[in-house]
Unconditional design. Structure first.
Length: 88
């Protein structure tokens, strides 16, 4: 598991009050809901785009992907694609 996937998996587990999710585990099938998904997006934007508010590139993209495929692996892939090398 790469570093970004580990971070996302840990954040998901923290929000769900459980262990970090496996790379292919679905956030919603593990107990997540839309409110927790918004919390996850907020945490990830704060981590990867600190100081961004209305001009976040990552936030809108995360919102789309989390309701499509909510796995640590897919979300980490989006973060790396959106932010490139800055996503560490």
């Amino acid at each position: 598991m790469n570093e970004v996937t580990e971070i996302v998996a840990t954040e998901m587990g923290d929000i769900l009050a459980c262990r970090p999710l496996l790379p292919d585990e679905d956030f919603f099938l593990c107990g997540g809901d839309s409110l927790r998904a918004v919390e996850l997006i907020s945490r990830l934007v704060a981590r990867y785009e600190p100081g961004s508010t209305e001009k976040s590139v990552l936030g809108p993209a995360l919102l789309l992907v989390i309701f499509d495929e909510a796995t640590p692996e897919s979300i980490a892939g989006l973060i790396v694609n959106q932010l490139g090398r800055r996503a560490r």
